[in-house]
Design a protein around this ligand. Sequence first.
Ligand SMILES: *Cc1c(COP(=O)(O)O)cnc(C)c1O
Length: 396
Amino acid sequence: MKSIYERFGVRPIINVAGASTRVGGALMPEEVIESMRNAASESVSMSELQGAASRYISEVTGAEAGYVTSGASAGLTLATAAILAGCDLGKIENLPRTDGFKNQLIISREHRNGYDHAARLAGAILVEVGMNEITANAGVRRTEAWEYEAAITESTVGIYYSQGPDSHPALSDVVKVAKAYDLPIIVDAAGELPPKENLRKFIEMGADLVAFSGGKALRGPQSTGILCGKKHLITSVALQNLDMDEFFEIWNPPSDLIPKDTLAGIPRHGIGRGFKVSKENVIGLLTALKLFTEDAYASSYIEQRALLEFVESAITDETVKVEIHDPIEGSPVLTITIDLGLQRKSAFDISNELKNGNPGIFVQEVGLEKGVITIHPLNLNKERTELLTNRILKVL
Ligand SMILES: *Cc1c(COP(=O)(O)O)cnc(C)c1O
């Protein structure tokens, strides 16, 4: 059978880069695809659906409320918009202009990354603090919690924190500062699943809003994410994301998501209206989240390792070193390290040849500059693994 992509003139590829957005993210389990197919054939009130999503996300994260966003990045924009405007209808209407109200988010310099554009998009000004003198080769210390405190002014509206395996200072220390000054803290935890404990961990530590990707290891739809946290902030998110073309007299959103009686009216479409989430995406995300929390993916990590062992045992080439790396949880990865003294091709050359051949094979980018080719098995099956192995052997 012809691939749906070929029908429109696009070659399907083998994605061994993992859940990277540029190569389409994670492939969805059959159960998720089926749930989306079913969701597509019936109508539903979107506010009622997000109300139900909020209750389920709250149950699995321990947060007061939750929301399905169109990705973690969209979640970070909505989180910032919620912190900037709350449920003030005038402020909601003004975003991304923030003249006359608090608009500064404090961020450590070493947390700056391309995704913080999401926060700037909502109208926030990022105020940078701290230094990483270790990477600068100029000292022994990194950003410290007191530096956040020292930067707080009348214009400070909150703190922005990027969570990763080596985030510094510890979230718990930054939360202490935020609490002392009654400032909300947003955590970008897009790629922090698994382990599933992280669904609850940052909320438990005191984060006000936490954003996760739905299209990475959760294996939900690529353009989904989860935002969870304080109820009044999630209410603001809903007000700024949902379609608002309604008469107040008949407007009837779920009261636990949007307490109508606290509002003087309905805002116009908010800054988040462009980040709309379809009913199919909400159901797909919730189904994937359910599978993930019930450990349905655990056995696939073992299957993935067997596929990587097949690749490992096939490569007998002396010019490269092949290793499998096991994480404590989640997918193992396979690395092929090129010995440039022996192999005439660099990791970039090999990556390019793999990419441009048939089928195209897209490996992870990280490590190529050091001569390491990384194979992530998330989207592999037996057939793709055999194709991949043959191509690697040819290119080497
Ligand atoms: C992937 C990622 C994002 C963006 O997530 P999407 O769900 O693709 O929008 C944001 N921040 C970090 C650190 C990420 O790794």
